[in-house]
Ligand binder design. Sequence first.
Ligand SMILES: *Cc1c(COP(=O)(O)O)cnc(C)c1O
Length: 360
Amino acid sequence: MARPYNFSAGPAMLPDSVLIRARDEMLDWHGSGMCVAEMSHRGKEYMSIAAAAEADLRALLAIPDNYKVLFLQGGASSQFAMVPMNLLRDGQDAAYIKTGSWSKKAIQEAKRYCTVAVTEGGIEGRFTSVPAQVDLLLGDDASYVHYTPNETIEGVEFPYVPDTGDIPLVADMSSTILSRPIDVSRFGLIYAGAQKNVGPAGLTIVIVREDLIGQPMEGTPTMFDYKIHADNESMYNTPPTYAWYLAGLVFQWLRELGGLEQMGVINERKAKLLYGAIDASGFYANPVRPDCRSWMTVPFTLANPELDASFLAEAKGAGLLTLKGHRSVGGMRASIYNAMPEAGVQALVDFMAEFERKYG
Ligand SMILES: *Cc1c(COP(=O)(O)O)cnc(C)c1O
């Protein structure tokens, strides 16, 4: 049975082959007689699943040995607090780059803990580009610089990695992690909720340079201390076992596909195809400056918003699901994460052309 293409921003679609494998292993994982969801996280079967997932993630991103990889709960939103709680140093502040809705939320949370120097990357309702390196306010006194490489809602992606010198760079990569190769050594800390590009909701990945952890601010809850999780290999308490396992299957799928180099080539092609169709038409529009357009989350509007409901209904009929834009920006949004095949983007582009012929 051919499944429809799901353009949901998150939780998002997963590769068919991963779901089929999970189905095949559902009742009896490798002769254990157990579903992975039924296993003790401290049993040898589950420990092997967890270790393999970490090893595959380390291989995919070429994560250096002096970085810890943590498999946590709480979503990226908990990281908005965990980052300042663990990375702020006495008497210091933090610098944030504001490029859209998610960085705005991260800033609001950080302000509970420190003074925040903000580089404004746009104004409310008009986040359509990112600031240039020369315009970044890094301060002399920042414990870290935080940014959001891909703003999921506005579809704005940094075309460069900010240079912050000796100040640790922190990135919320929830909607872009694993979409292309990155140089992890440029970052002090990377975090990502899994439900966009990694696996099911409930898992949050943190990649952190070892020397940055172990100095949480006074009063930090045990569960919010990175060092506790690092020292216990993410098993201080019960981790999100099934989500971790499914993420591991996604990592294997990526490695079999040729790794992030190959994934990046495919993602760039997908993005070019969709933006090309939008730009070639007077009927569809995307407001983002071309060099800052996201490869993963593509918002677009119709010339006549009164057609939005018909567009969504007919798209659904054509097997193209969840294209409604975020409530804050309206219009449409096509999330074309790793698991979205090129054929899915082609089907969307074909549908858009047909819809324009009918109503344009
Ligand atoms: C989805 C998203 C979040 C929020 O993630 P949760 O896991 O729901 O807390 C934060 N930042 C970015 C960039 C996102 O895309």
